[in-house]
Design a protein around this ligand. Structure first.
Ligand code: IFM
Length: 457
């Protein structure tokens, strides 16, 4: 078979951001507090006690950010809507016009510049008012999300055609309720973690028809962060730990979506350790799995690294020697493993028959800043993108149906619990002055896009 050296015609080339990470302006236009406003102001939760009050001040500087996108040459921009700009406490019956107007104007100017908007409805910054009535573990939030999705798509659906219900539900469910690194900051609360995951997925399924009813010819999907996991050694212990890791990270979301079932081995593992009881699963009601598996138009995939999994429950001396070599790491400490994106995409095709994928995030954190000439020589980022895009191309040549790629991120921004200490941007941001400087990777991506993926030196 002849293997093409470029990506297919009409391939979508984009960059991504999210509301809390870039917007700032936490009270502008009647916005209510989000869980992230509250969490980031709780002492000790965020590195250096940073918060997103100003972030990249995109709320005011968005016209100049669109100019940066235009010059970069992307034909799509993935951003998220701040739910409490639209429903300040979550429970209002009518949306806040000023919040809708902000995004409406953004969408208009994107379209004027031939940049297709990809809108994420929930990239974690839910109204604090909904957290106060129990957040994602409380089933009531499902209707609130459906209402929010309805009104937002009703307002923007004539112009926005690509909709992502949720970003990375695993981060909300696991990091929020088991590890405590994200709101509400609970630790080892598996019953709430699973209930949160279930209601996120249920609200996704319920929002799909609402969005479609407001947006003709739309594509509606969800974004999952997925990876390829391998056991750190060939011991049974590591294999068991790896199966559980893969279950709670990947299959807990993919199986309900594509197979209308939960992976029982994950629940069994949790029960065997008394981390949940059978009755903790009562949140799963008849018909929920049918709703969750409502056919989507695409799957958004966020890939950064692979998981090399060691069983932490037994002593090193009683386990086999680790025999999986870990490669180079980014400044965040995440292993750089480009073949992982290939393996993951092939798995999605073979095991889940996913037939329309957008890579909604891929990128790396490096601290490189301006040199004495004001240039940002982030060659390691270029290498990261180049190697991952090669693997993406290889997967497409091997039958994966992927129609777009979004670099994470358009610009350096508020990296959640890491504050401003981790920089993922193609554009460098001075958080004191709000100056933006395109990095070398920005110019590299510009060339890559303009040749539709012919290798750029
Ligand atoms: O910055 C985040 C983003 O909000 C979600 N996906 C992973 C990125 C890097 O950590």
């Amino acid at each position: 078979m002849h293997k093409q050296n470029t990506f297919q015609k009409n391939f979508i080339w984009g960059a991504a951001t999210s509301s809390y990470q870039i917007e700032g302006a936490p009270t502008a236009g009647g916005k209510g507090p989000s869980v992230w406003d509250i969490f980031s102001h709780s002492p000790g939760k965020i590195k250096n006690n940073d918060n997103g009050d100003i972030a990249c001040n995109h709320y005011e500087l968005w016209p100049q950010d669109i100019t940066l996108m235009k010059e970069l040459g992307i034909n799509a921009y993935r951003f998220s809507i701040s739910w409490p700009r639209i429903f300040p406490t979550g429970i209002e019956s009518k949306p806040n016009q000023s919040g809708l107007d902000f995004y409406s104007k953004l969408v208009d100017v994107l379209l004027e510049n031939n940049i297709t908007p990809f809108v994420t409805l929930n990239h974690w910054d839910i109204p604090q008012g909904l957290e106060e009535i129990g957040g994602w573990p409380n089933r009531e939030i499902v209707n609130e999300f459906v209402k929010y999705s309805y009104h937002t798509s009703n307002h923007l659906g004539d112009r926005v055609k690509y909709w992502i219900t949720h970003n990375e539900p695993w981060c909300v469910s696991y990091l929020g309720y088991v590890i405590g690194r994200k709101p509400p900051g609970l630790i080892q609360n598996w019953p709430k973690s699973l209930a949160a995951a279930h209601h996120l997925m249920l609200s996704h399924g319920m929002a799909i028809p609402e969005i479609r009813s407001n947006s003709d010819n739309s594509e509606v999907g969800i974004t999952l962060n997925l990876n390829t996991a391998v056991p750190a050694s060939d011991s049974k212990y590591d294999e068991d730990a790896c199966r559980f890791y893969d279950g709670q990270f990947n299959r807990l979301y993919l199986n309900p979506l594509y197979k209308s079932e939960y992976p029982d081995d994950v629940f069994e593992y949790l029960r065997s350790r008394d981390w949940i009881s059978q009755s903790d699963l009562n949140f799963i009601k008849d018909d929920d799995l049918n709703i969750i598996s409502t056919k989507t138009d695409f799957l958004g995939v966020n890939y950064y690294s692979r998981g090399v999994i060691r069983n932490e429950e037994i002593d090193e001396k009683n386990n086999h020697t680790r025999n999986v070599e870990i490669g180079e790491k980014t400044d965040f400490g995440w292993e750089i493993y480009p073949p992982g994106i290939y393996d993951l995409l092939i798995r999605l095709k073979n095991e889940y028959s996913v037939n329309n994928i957008y890579i909604t995030e891929n990128g790396c954190s490096y601290g490189d800043g301006p040199n004495s000439e004001g240039k940002i020589r982030d060659t390691r980022r270029i290498k990261y993108f180049d190697s991952h895009l090669k693997e993406l191309k290889r997967s497409i040549q091997d039958g994966v149906q992927c129609n777009g790629y979004f670099a994470w991120s358009l610009m350096d921004n508020f990296e959640w619990a890491e504050g401003f200490s981790q920089r993922f941007g193609l554009v460098w941001v001075d958080f004191e002055t709000q100056e933006r400087i395109p990095k070398d990777s920005y110019y590299w991506y510009q060339k890559f896009i303009s040749s539709n993926g012919i290798e750029v030196k």
